[in-house]
Design a protein around this ligand. Structure first.
Ligand SMILES: *Cc1c(COP(=O)(O)O)cnc(C)c1O
Length: 485
């Protein structure tokens, strides 16, 4: 793995070189041999790199320069909402009064922090229309599971033990059927129709007395609004099931539509997506859950309440599904989301959705000239192209994604949702300028032209990155996780 331009830290090592020296001992040295069993005593010195402080600095700075994030460039990874994370969030998260408190402190001494959480819950209630919110769950997937456990307990409380099935559209995010399974349900698929929306006839076919819930994201993962949502809610409710809203995609509808008004009984939100928690490395996240009054008794405990002007945790919740995470959620991520909501205001959040939808439609209409657009209607916050045309010329969507790296872009989400052949799911977000959108559009059109004129350059991409085309199958099956000389 040696690389001339960027030697790894082991390759920088020179025997005897040090970057740090410990002060002389001020206490008598202990005799390890008499203190420790022989089996625990190292026979050879560890093989650590011997480098100066400057070499260590260059190693880590070099690594960080290779990192790609939304602060370094455009990141249209569909369904992930890679928008700019305002730096004022970081300032607030670092305030002593927030960063130096401990969850075991007496609630009386952290009233300000609890007030922030309470206000955040109120704001999320307003945005979603739900009756109550819990900030406990740490990610979207955990939020899904939490809500499904509540729905399960609700049915059990009614003696409805036969409700063992959760209906999931074929375009659903992979976490939906997975959460259903982990919550002890069987996931049943409902098909999409030729417009990319849930097929109502198929929904009527799969719904029944064994239905616990329908899980849905609206707009769906194709970026399309399920316009028949009220009818769908009616079908599921009449059968005694509940509706669960996967709110990872709230970026398209804030201030315009609320899950509660669409008939949903439970929802999770991804604060690390729509509400600017930094999540390029996969976390930490926050996936609050919102529910109707009917499901409120089942919320994870403790529940944050306000009584006689004091904020406190209510542990006396006999029907609760119990605690789902230590303490009370990812506090610092919730704080960033709170800062974002307060700095944007209600009108600002509405504008966010307007621009997110405008940017996606602008890009979609420019790119449909070169790429197949399987569902040709106005989109919401994202859209899905198909690389079908390019595949006929021997170039796959994976190749196009790799070629984008040469031009300095993070690729869109590819091969998802599963119901689109050679799919490319593009989510520009509201924070990008027209110039950035145009730059990406030009690059995508350039690549489409290359596919026609010079397909090899795309098939063999990337050419400009540190690591070239990898054998992904071997990398997954036989990973080499340790440094070898
Ligand atoms: C991201 C996402 C999830 C999962 O959220 P995590 O925080 O990654 O667990 C679920 N559904 C949709 C539609 C998503 O985009």
């Amino acid at each position: 793995m040696a690389n001339q331009d960027f030697p790894l830290i082991f390759e920088r090592s020179k025997e005897g070189r040090t970057g740090y020296s410990l002060p002389d001992l001020e206490v008598p040295e202990i005799d390890l041999d008499s203190e420790l069993d022989d089996a625990y005593i190292r026979k050879n010195a560890p093989e650590l790199p011997e480098v100066s402080e400057l070499e260590v600095m260059r190693h880590y700075t070099g690594l960080s320069n290779r990192n790609y994030g939304v602060d370094s460039g455009f990141y249209p990874l569909g369904s992930c909402t890679m928008k700019y994370n305002p730096k004022i969030n970081e300032d607030v998260a670092r305030l002593d009064g927030f960063s130096h408190i401990h969850p075991y402190q007496d609630p009386e001494t952290i009233q300000g922090a609890l007030e922030m959480m309470y206000d955040l819950q109120s704001a999320l209630k307003e945005i979603t229309g739900m009756h109550e919110i819990s900030l406990q769950s740490a990610a979207g997937a955990q939020g899904e599971w939490t809500a499904l456990m509540m729905i399960r307990k609700f049915h059990e409380a009614n003696g409805d033990y036969q409700r063992t099935k959760v209906i999931v559209p074929d375009s659903a995010h992979g976490t939906n059927p997975a959460s259903a399974a982990v919550a002890g349900f069987d996931a049943v698929t409902v098909k999409s129709n030729e417009d990319g929306l849930v097929d109502l006839q198929d929904l009527k076919r799969v719904v029944g007395e064994d239905t616990a819930a329908l899980m849905l994201t609206n707009p769906n993962t194709l970026g399309l609004f399920e316009k028949d949502i009220l009818e769908m809610a009616d079908i599921v409710h009449k059968a005694g099931g509940k509706l669960y809203y996967d709110g990872a995609n709230l970026n398209a509808i804030m201030g315009y539509a609320r899950p509660a008004d669409m008939g949903f009984d439970a929802v999770h939100l991804n604060l690390h997506k729509t509400f600017t928690g930094p999540h390029g490395g996969g976390g930490p996240g926050s996936g609050p859950v919102g529910v109707t009054k009917e499901l409120e008794p089942f919320l994870p405990k403790p529940v944050l309440i306000k009584r006689d002007g004091q904020y406190m945790f209510d542990h006396d919740r006999p029907q609760s599904i119990g605690r789902i995470k230590p303490y009370y959620g990812n506090f610092a991520i919730n704080l960033r989301a709170y800062t974002y909501i307060r700095t944007m205001g209600a009108e600002g959040l509405k504008k966010v959705s307007e621009y997110a939808v405008l940017n996606a439609n602008y890009m979609m209409r420019k790119l449909e000239k070169a790429y197949d657009l399987p569902y040709n209607q106005h989109c919401k916050h994202e859209f899905v192209l198909s690389g079908k045309k390019q595949k006929k010329l021997g170039v796959r969507t994976l190749d196009i994604a790799k070629r984008l790296l040469d031009f300095g872009y993070h690729p869109p989400t590819i091969y998802f949702p599963l119901n689109v052949e050679e799919g490319m799911m593009v989510e520009p977000t509201e924070t990008e300028s027209k110039e950035t959108l145009d730059g990406f559009i030009d690059t995508m059109l350039t690549i489409a032209k290359e596919v026609e004129d010079n397909p090899e350059i795309v098939q063999e991409a990337p050419h400009n990155t540190v690591v070239k085309r990898m054998d992904e199958t071997t990398a997954a099956r036989n990973p080499i996780l340790r440094y070898t000389k």
